[in-house]
Design a protein around this ligand. Structure first.
Ligand code: FAD
Length: 300
């Protein structure tokens, strides 16, 4: 069930009401109050059919290309749209091995202002708690006080959806998860109104800035990079930060900072075939089905 926990006094649910408020005009196109945005992106294997090595309990990455986590492309796009409307800066951060530079280059090619890789052997074995701590420290180190942090709703490999909320907690800011639309931002009044996706509908929520959003794919249509953007990104030197550079505490990163670990990862055994499809007219099939269910004691 999606949740939007955080600092309760700063978040106001507006239910299904219209989101525009009298006396609180939206500063459309206002370039005076700029919005500083950090976007967190993760490099993931290009497949939803992730295979696990049963001996090592790790992902089999051989022969699988890496891509930007698809939900993070929506996060980058939303940051660019907000910047285009209000002015500001988009800082994109990824924690990962050196090859994660590729996803940062893609972010540069579509228009991010600054990108940073945070990479260090000391981060190895990080669970979601240590990852969220590391990314939060990086945001503070490279961008300082930001108005918005945008993450994807989840990564398609780890799939926990914990890192975004974890970053918000460590930064001490509210979080709005499963955001399907940014309806209004008022940088001067430090307010934001978003639409959140729920299991059985949508809700409108207002929050103060700074806030962390996790976004779903309904939110926008990510742009393709321009030729100029690709050329610029190809030449760019991507700054790589270590644990020391971000001032991370040794016992809060990597294995040492990870209170959870994976004891076993496995794909469920494929079930054997079976089952029967009853064919015929409804009047004939229904009593047949009822009898069969009674025989097997599914119903009495
Ligand atoms: P989610 O929480 O699903 O991602 C949500 C969003 O957070 C993403 O859309 C993105 O915006 C942001 N985000 C996530 N990860 C990053 C990132 N790295 N950089 C920037 N933004 C990010 N991994 C290992 O390599 N070695 C291990 O030993 C290891 N042990 C683990 C033990 C446990 C118990 C768990 C739960 C995970 C472990 N992992 C390990 C996986 C690692 O912790 C996750 O890859 C990482 O925490 C991200 O979690 P996730 O993939 O579930 O992302």
């Amino acid at each position: 069930m999606p949740s939007a926990s955080g600092s309760p006094p700063k978040i106001r649910r507006k239910g299904w009401r219209r989101s525009s408020r009298k006396g609180s005009p939206v500063l459309k196109g206002d370039k005076e109050e700029k919005v500083k945005i950090a976007v967190c992106i993760k490099q993931v294997p290009d497949t939803t059919d992730v295979k696990i090595d049963p001996k090592t309990n790790t992902l089999i990455r051989e022969g699988v290309a890496s891509i930007t986590n698809p939900f993070d492309e929506y996060a980058v796009e939303e940051a660019l749209l907000i910047k285009e409307k209000h002015g500001g800066e988009v800082h994109v951060i990824s924690m990962g091995p050196p090859q994660a530079i590729e996803v940062l280059k893609n972010a540069l090619a579509v228009g991010a202002d600054k990108v940073y890789l945070v990479s260090d052997r000391a981060f190895a074995g990080a669970d979601t708690l240590a990852t969220a701590y590391t990314v939060a420290k990086t945001i503070r180190a490279v961008a300082g006080d930001v108005d918005l942090v945008i993450c994807g709703k989840q990564a398609i490999d780890g799939d926990t959806a914990q890192v975004g909320p974890g970053i918000a907690t460590r930064l001490g800011i509210p979080q709005l998860t499963y955001v399907s639309k940014v309806k209004e931002i008022d940088p001067a009044k430090k307010r934001i109104v978003v639409e959140r996706l729920l299991e059985n509908g949508r809700e409108i929520v207002e929050s103060s800035l700074p806030v962390l959003l996790t976004v779903v794919k309904d939110i926008n249509e990510p742009r393709l990079p321009s030729l100029l953007g690709i050329k610029k990104a190809a030449k760019a030197q991507i700054p790589t930060l270590t644990a020391k550079d971000i001032g991370a505490e040794e016992n809060r990163i990597g294995l040492k900072g990870s209170p959870t670990w994976v004891t076993r990862v496995f794909s469920p055994e494929a079930r054997g075939g079976g089952g029967e499809i009853l064919k015929g007219e409804l009047q004939e099939v229904v009593p047949l089905l009822v009898n069969k269910l009674m025989d097997t004691k599914f119903i009495k």
